[in-house]
Design a protein around this ligand. Structure first.
Ligand code: AHR
Length: 629
């Protein structure tokens, strides 16, 4: 075919910062991921409310050396480290002379990743009632006891909570290390906030894992949207110590995540695990600055989404969240003499972070309630900070079929920018390349905050690339875009596909990572209008084949589906374009189907097998199933 280009014509200008990243603490993206801390459950705060399998000793095992003896219990009483770090480890020591008793931490994935010659910063909060103090031996070793570093010793002096620190140097490279803390003598020793850090990205204290931070930096993102997603607006909107005391599964509230790490109250993560908030708002801002990206925080709008669908009918609570958002802007940008600017300075960054935009809410599907809240956030932010862009959202749309929940309201209101999300099949991305050609040029602008072609094959990445040409062609409307999700720990996955994968010592990008990198490192200045004529453009090709019963369930994740007899008779077909799997109703025993991740997925293979047999009276292997991707 022929492509006609008109270099003289003026197409849209593309902003250098158009492409960014969306960081959500999903798939252990923070603890056990980007946050470099190596000790899991470092403050003994894990509990069943986070995950039914958790206890205060999750990841820890009591251990004795040289006939050492004692008890190891997690305790939450008035002797605690502070009101936000409520549980500590109590060792009741009954060691004979020369014995030692304590605990071993298993770390993440296969253990602690150590590299020969590298140093690791250890710290611990401790107190003891032994009059002469208590000696702690800290070591890194394999499960069989083989030492991986020269052990260090720490003398806990008295019965006042004190932070002790030391440095270990690895003598062997391993991805299966264990950290042990063993105490000598007798008496009661209390331990908390046990920490081990490797070298971090740009040597930031309490910083980020180098390989993951470098992979993100290599994308050269124009912005970082954080901290989620569903993580932001789900759960209780009460603060840690508000109204219902210490609610678990609180929505993501930035004030929980700043200040000294031992005072950050941990939380139950929407994705089913404990989040320490060691990676918190200061660290997000610092990282954004370190990689030259604009920070884009998202605050909860008090309307609970992601399937929970609740609005919090408490005007005082809404006002508190609005005030928190104003305080967040002060934390990012305020002078060091302001309340929150002062905290930023105390945390090590007197200079403002230069925040220019804030997202309010995520995928809100209670339009009336969200709108009532959004407009109040908007008014308060604009009154105090008129130059901050307040980003609204379009409502949820995982199917990519409609966006009518909130768009009309946003248009009528004159919202500056609207956040859209969709996860879809490759065919959807190919078919919808022209989606934004028809968008109103008078506003609002679009922030495509989350998108991905489902599945993780090269074809998915190609369909994303094709789609991104449509985003760029419409760069006058689509101002920002970020693939999602960003990170996934291979041993704890709630969502796929993901862009960057990792375990405790390795990381690798998906084909979509490479595609994003290609686009993000080569952002054009402006669109040159072009036209393709003749030939054929890339279209999804039908995948035709004879599939057996066992492969049916896997194969059935497609948009358009057709079952054809070997004689060519079409038994049934359905393109699902109306959002319903109604083609199936032509057959009895059609099984159960559900919308999952934007595709129709068979949820009971056995029933569908029955359907095929019932429809044909012969075995399914006599039939061709055509899946039009
Ligand atoms: O990216 C994963 C999830 O997808 C996000 O948390 C949510 O916003 C969307 O539904």
């Amino acid at each position: 075919y022929t492509i006609t280009v008109n270099p003289a014509a003026q197409g849209a200008t593309i902003d250098d910062a158009m492409y960014g990243v969306f960081f959500e603490d999903i798939n252990w993206a923070a603890d056990g991921g980007l946050y470099a801390e190596l000790v899991r459950n470092r403050s003994f705060e894990f509990q069943a409310a986070d995950n039914r399998t958790y206890t205060g000793l999750t990841a820890w095992t009591p251990v004795a050396a040289a006939s050492g003896a004692g008890t190891a219990t997690t305790v939450g009483d008035a002797e605690r480290l502070n009101e936000r770090n409520r549980t500590y480890l109590q060792l009741g020591l009954t060691n004979p002379a020369g014995g030692a008793y304590g605990v071993t931490n298993a770390g993440y994935n296969s253990g602690f990743a150590l590299r020969k010659g590298d140093t690791y910063d250890f710290s611990i909060w401790a107190r003891t009632d032994a009059a002469a103090g208590t000696k702690l031996a800290v070591s890194l070793h394999l499960a069989d006891g083989t030492q991986l570093a020269t052990p260090i010793r720490i003398n806990v002096k008295n019965n006042t909570w004190t932070r002790y620190a030391g440095r270990l140097r690895a003598t062997t490279t391993s991805d299966a290390g264990r950290l042990s803390v063993l105490a000598e003598g007798t008496g009661t020793v209390r331990l908390d906030e046990v920490s081990l850090f490797p070298k971090t990205y740009k040597n930031r204290p309490n910083g980020l894992r180098v390989d993951l931070a470098e992979k993100i930096a290599a994308l050269r993102p124009g912005f970082v949207r954080f901290p989620g997603g569903c993580l932001v607006n789900t759960g209780s909107h009460y603060a840690y110590d508000e109204a219902s005391n210490f609610p678990r599964a609180r929505s993501y509230q930035w004030k929980d995540t700043v200040g000294p790490v031992e005072t950050r109250a941990t939380n139950a993560n929407f994705w089913g695990y404990n989040q320490t908030y060691g990676l918190g708002y200061f660290e997000y801002f610092q990282f954004s600055e370190d990689i030259g990206a604009a920070p884009l925080p998202v605050v909860p709008a008090m309307v609970t989404g992601c399937g929970q669908n609740r609005a919090t009918n408490d005007p005082a609570l809404l006002q508190r969240h609005i005030q928190d958002t104003l305080d967040l802007i002060e934390f990012a940008n305020g002078p060091v003499t302001s309340t929150w600017g002062k905290l930023r300075a105390q945390m090590g960054h007197p200079k403002p972070f230069g925040l220019t935009m804030v997202g309010v809410g995520n995928e809100e599907n209670l339009p009336e309630e969200y709108w009532a809240a959004f407009t109040q956030f908007h008014a308060a932010i604009k009154a105090k900070y008129p130059n901050i862009t307040v980003i609204s959202n379009s409502g949820p749309d995982d199917t990519g079929v409609t966006f009518d929940n909130l768009w009309a309201k946003n248009k009528a209101f004159g919202t500056e920018m609207v956040d859209e999300h969709y996860y879809n099949s490759p065919s959807w991305f190919l078919k919808n390349n022209a989606r934004y050609d028809a968008y109103d040029r008078t506003g609002p602008e679009v922030f495509l905050g989350e998108y991905a072609s489902q599945d993780a094959k090269f074809f998915n990445s190609l369909s994303e690339a094709a789609y991104m040409t449509g985003l760029e062609r419409n760069a006058d409307v689509v101002k920002m875009a970020s693939y999602a999700p960003l990170l996934a720990n291979i041993d704890n996955v709630q969502w796929r596909p993901d862009m960057i994968w990792f375990d405790n010592d390795e990381s690798w990008g998906s084909t979509s990572y490479q595609m994003q990198k290609l686009f993000m490192n080569n952002v054009g200045d402006r669109v040159i209008p072009s036209k393709a004529t003749g030939g054929s453009i890339l279209q999804p090709q039908p995948i035709t084949g004879r599939v057996g019963l066992s492969t049916w369930a896997t194969a059935a994740r497609y948009d358009d589906l057709q079952v054809t007899g070997t004689d060519g008779t079409v038994l049934f077909s359905d393109d699902f374009s109306d959002g319903n799997a109604d083609g199936w109703s032509t057959l009895s025993n059609r099984g159960t189907w559900a919308v999952q991740d934007g595709a129709y997925v068979q949820t009971d293979a056995a029933a569908t097998n029955t359907m095929v047999a019932a429809a044909t009276n012969i075995t399914a292997t006599d039939y061709d199933i055509t899946l039009k991707a």
